[in-house]
Design a protein around this ligand. Structure first.
Ligand code: AKB
Length: 325
């Protein structure tokens, strides 16, 4: 089946950690006017609001999204609105509502308006305590014990169902922790790997909410943005695991991360005060096998841990000097 062309794109969740950077990258590639940023409530940055169309809508209000699809003649959606693992445990009802009901609304719209493409990220949260921790295979045990993980497994299956039953060209990757400096993440377990950089630059100290030994797979945001765009443009006939591709950048424990930061900020200090997120982190893989993504659509992350650290600290220092953080 020939792929339909991607022309008019909508990013739902455009004010969030991935969305704020993905929207700008898509505008660069497809033209500012052809990428509609959709936020729910949070005020967008001037850059996001002024460089192209910006609208407020909510994936739990199907009509609000549908109206925008019609207004802008949308053919492709990147659906990023989600409640992450930490917030999900505090409010399981909300996690279900946004991650499942919201997703179903967007899938229905993709089917009814015959969209060319829908991209829905999944997460390493689909794995659970029974999953092999090291080099976690593409095909393995999916028995998560967080509501976030439950919604991500169910979401992958729902996306597969819409593809099988109605031919909706929906695709997704299982993101590890994502590290970036432009927009902080909110409510995730892997957020410590972002906060540690902010605090290293701002105060030279960080109190970490998971133990020093905690090892998780991670990825730097420029690689995650390429991952979105490359999967969107991949040859659909080659996608063996279309809604569930394992992807990773690198894995490290908190000590290794702190040591990487100390190469740039030698006096940096970390203390540890684990909270409820330790259990979540312990239920997720230490490292991920992403061979299938490499084979099927040429996934290739570029950043190393030290390369990311240098870039993060350079940019956070500029933001700190300007009083932005
Ligand atoms: C979280 O920690 O909840 C997210 C994720 C790994 O999906 N960053």
């Amino acid at each position: 089946m020939a792929e339909r062309e991607v022309k008019n794109i909508m990013v739902i969740g455009a004010v969030g950690q991935i969305g704020s950077e993905l929207t700008m990258a898509l505008r660069e590639k497809y033209g500012n006017d052809n990428v509609v940023a959709v936020g729910r409530k949070t005020k967008p940055s001037d850059e996001l609001r002024d460089s192209g169309p910006f609208e407020f809508a909510n994936c739990n209000d199907k009509e609000s999204i549908e109206n925008l699809v019609k207004k802008y003649d949308i053919d492709t959606i990147h659906h990023l609105a989600a409640i992450l693992s930490g917030t999900g445990e505090a409010n399981p009802e909300l996690a279900w509502k946004v991650n499942m009901d919201g997703l179903k609304n967007v899938l229905d719209i993709a089917r009814d308006y015959k969209l060319a493409r829908l991209i829905v990220p999944s997460s390493i949260a689909v794995f659970g305590p029974g999953t092999p921790l090291q080099n976690t295979p593409q095909q393995t045990i999916l028995r998560p014990n967080t509501i976030y993980g439950v919604t991500k497994v169910a979401g992958e299956l729902l996306c597969d169902y819409y593809f099988e039953k109605w031919g909706v060209d929906v695709r997704g990757m299982r993101f590890p922790g994502l590290i970036s400096y432009k927009t902080p993440p909110g409510g995730g377990t892997t957020d410590y790997a972002v906060a540690i950089y902010y605090e290293a630059v701002k105060t030279g100290k960080y109190e970490c909410f998971v133990e020093e030994r905690t090892t998780l797979p991670m990825m730097y945001m420029p690689d995650a943005i390429n991952c979105h765009i490359d999967l969107q443009n991949a040859d659909g006939s080659k996608l063996r695991y279309r809604n569930a591709y394992n992807v990773t950048g690198f894995s490290f424990d908190v000590k290794t991360l702190a040591d990487s930061i100390r190469k740039v900020i030698p006096e940096f200090e970390v203390t540890y005060k684990p909270d409820f997120r330790q259990k979540i982190a312990d239920s997720w893989p230490d490292s991920i096998d992403d061979t299938a993504a490499k084979e099927d659509w040429g996934w290739t992350p570029e950043y190393s841990l030290d390369g990311m650290t240098e870039d993060m600290i350079k940019n956070l220092r500029i933001m700190h000097e300007k009083g932005e953080i």
